[in-house]
Design a protein around this ligand. Structure first.
Ligand code: SF4
Ligand code: FES
Length: 249
């Protein structure tokens, strides 16, 4: 395949960025998008240029690092995949592909396609945990029975990899889907009840302080989420928030 790439290049957070055009030929349709970007960087380095900086780690759809906005969609055109799991066969021979960073006020650009997504970590730190007593004997894993349906929903919520695609897809740059997944994974389980009120209040407050917008109700986040996190979690988060606001002193 022969591909024309329009890639966002930006030296740092202070400088103004722009799209630069690159031609890359003989790309295998079976190569991943990141392998194609590696080949582009080899080509740039051979000409003494500065390689395109982009985030990646596991390349298995697990870590949530590979944040690229491809042809106007976070993680590109395929459903339920991260950028590292996207393959070039999703594109046409001769196609022009636009590659940009995830854009949101709370995700400042560090360089080229790399943005700072530590705001999501700070939301998680604000309340996305449970406190357990670790002294004495380890508690049996089955000591607290949990209904199968709730266990499955909690597990589904816990598959959120914190990639930030939901934020990039939202016209309000809202972190609601991410936050709701992190809240739901505990709200559905008995172990999460002790700190439930503080959790939802603290996480929502932190998201506001980080500059994420309110939920736009468009559902774009659910469509672009590589892990299929359901909007049902946002409804649960809103119920948790309302209840905590009305009953907390
Ligand atoms: S909810 Fe989905 S899109 Fe948002 S951070 Fe989690 S995995 Fe990524
Ligand atoms: S590099 Fe880890 S999810 Fe893509």
């Amino acid at each position: 395949m022969n591909i024309t790439l329009k890639v966002w290049r930006q030296k740092n957070g202070q400088s103004k960025g722009a799209l630069e055009t690159y031609q890359i030929n003989d790309v295998s349709p079976d190569s991943s998008f990141l392998e194609m970007m590696d080949a582009l960087n080899d080509q740039i380095i051979m000409k003494d240029g500065s390689p395109v900086v982009f985030d990646h780690d596991c390349r298995e759809g697990i870590c949530g690092s590979c944040s690229m906005y491809i042809n106007g969609q976070p993680h590109g055109p395929a459903r339920l995949v991260t950028t590292c799991q996207l393959h070039m066969r999703e594109f046409k021979d001769g196609e022009t592909i636009y590659v940009e960073p995830f854009r949101a006020k709370a995700f400042p650009v560090i360089k080229d396609l790399v943005v700072d997504r530590s705001a999501l970590d700070r939301i998680q730190h604000a309340g996305g945990y449970i406190s357990v007593n670790t002294s004495g004997n380890t508690q049996d894993a089955n000591a607290i029975p949990i209904e199968k349906e709730k266990a499955d929903k909690a597990f589904d919520a816990a598959t959120c990899i914190g990639c930030g695609a939901c934020v990039a897809a939202c016209k309000n740059a809202s972190a609601s889907l991410f936050m709701s997944a992190k809240i739901s994974q505990y709200a559905l389980l008995p172990q999460g009840q002790v700190e439930a009120k503080n959790r939802v209040l603290a996480m929502v407050k932190q998201a506001e302080e980080e500059g994420f917008g309110p939920c736009s109700n468009t559902g774009a986040c659910e469509i672009e989420c590589p892990k299929g996190i359901s909007l049902e979690n946002i409804a649960r988060m809103n119920r948790e928030y309302l209840s905590a606001s009305l009953t907390s002193k």
